[in-house]
Write a new protein. Structure first.
Length: 143
């Protein structure tokens, strides 16, 4: 449209999230990116703050740690797992699906975000799960 500011001038600057308590990414990405309405959480894995894998050969422990890492990213902007609207799950083996799903359900409780689950090769052979999440920020209440 004529006279309308370019899209880049109309959008806010996204906030790159690097929460304390999570290892510094070894590759070129942020743990999360927040905008005024959305928070996009990178594919998180079961790494502790020291970069070591939590739960070697244990899909339940890895799923629990992975979701805890997602919660840490969300907490950086005052959100929690209840604000997640969608996840994408990557599993190198569907042999672990039932145990993964039980740990996922335990973490999210009654909240059921939309979810896609894909079989794929992960960046390290010891990883049993990776989860990416999208959360929505609540709109401020108007008096």
């Amino acid at each position: 449209m004529t006279g309308e500011a370019p899209l880049s001038d109309r959008l806010e600057t996204p906030q790159m999230l690097a929460p304390a308590g999570l290892m510094t990414p070894r590759a070129h990405y942020s743990h999360g990116v927040a905008t005024e309405e959305w928070v996009f959480v990178a594919g998180e894995t079961a790494t502790g703050p020291d970069g070591q894998l939590v739960g070697v050969d244990d899909i339940t422990a890895q799923t629990t740690q992975t979701i805890a890492n997602i919660a840490t990213v969300l907490a950086e902007v005052g959100l929690g797992l209840g604000d997640v609207v969608s996840t994408t799950v990557y599993l190198p083996s569907f042999d672990h699906y039932r145990a993964f799903d039980a740990a996922y359900a335990a973490a999210f409780g009654e909240h059921r975000p939309a979810r896609a689950t894909l079989g794929c090769t992960l960046v390290h052979p010891a990883l049993l799960v990776e989860i990416q999440a999208v959360a929505v920020r609540p709109r401020p209440s108007v008096p």
